[in-house]
Write a protein that binds this ligand. Sequence first.
Ligand SMILES: CC(C)(COP(=O)(O)OP(=O)(O)OC[C@H]1O[C@@H](n2cnc3c(N)ncnc32)[C@H](O)[C@@H]1OP(=O)(O)O)[C@@H](O)C(=O)NCCC(=O)NCCS
Length: 150
Amino acid sequence: MTTSAKPTYRDDFSSPEDRVEVYKLLRDVFDVDVSPLQELELWDPTYRAFSYLDADGSCVANVATFTLVLIVNGQAVKAMGIQSVATRPAWRGRGLSHDLLRRALLWCDRNTQLTFLMTSIPGFYEPMGFRTIPQFSYVGSKAHRCENVR
Ligand SMILES: CC(C)(COP(=O)(O)OP(=O)(O)OC[C@H]1O[C@@H](n2cnc3c(N)ncnc32)[C@H](O)[C@@H]1OP(=O)(O)O)[C@@H](O)C(=O)NCCC(=O)NCCS
């Protein structure tokens, strides 16, 4: 199914409750139900959604940002992450995701020094200026129990 109507842009969601249509999109595209985060009031307050909605108010495409501090070369750096990137199948291939990424990246550039994301489709993000860097993990030896610590 495809649709020819023009979707409406929105980035002024006032609360997690206001983003219910975004969560429906994430459930439908990723099969992930984020409603427990809402019930437990665990939403990251820095989460900001950039969305397109259809005429019925259903979210058809979304990109979101969140803020965190990363340690880079020993320095604390305010960074922004990109997540919740999804477009409903009927709306794919018309530039909605890249348009939302552009808008989100403007927001990131105004508010942070570094923007990152984790993805299995790096080729989708490279035209937007992202580059792939290696990911490392560190494993320590087994922890010892301290018997004398009170
Ligand atoms: C990936 C996804 C968000 C793309 O949404 P979209 O609105 O169709 O994307 P756009 O129309 O803005 O595509 C822009 C460009 O990216 C390309 N592109 C789309 N999907 C791509 C993919 N999986 N890998 C590489 N490039 C891709 C398009 O061909 C287009 O290229 P062009 O500008 O040269 O024509 C959508 O397919 C989706 O929701 N997929 C499932 C969820 C997902 O994988 N999300 C990303 C998680 S990190």
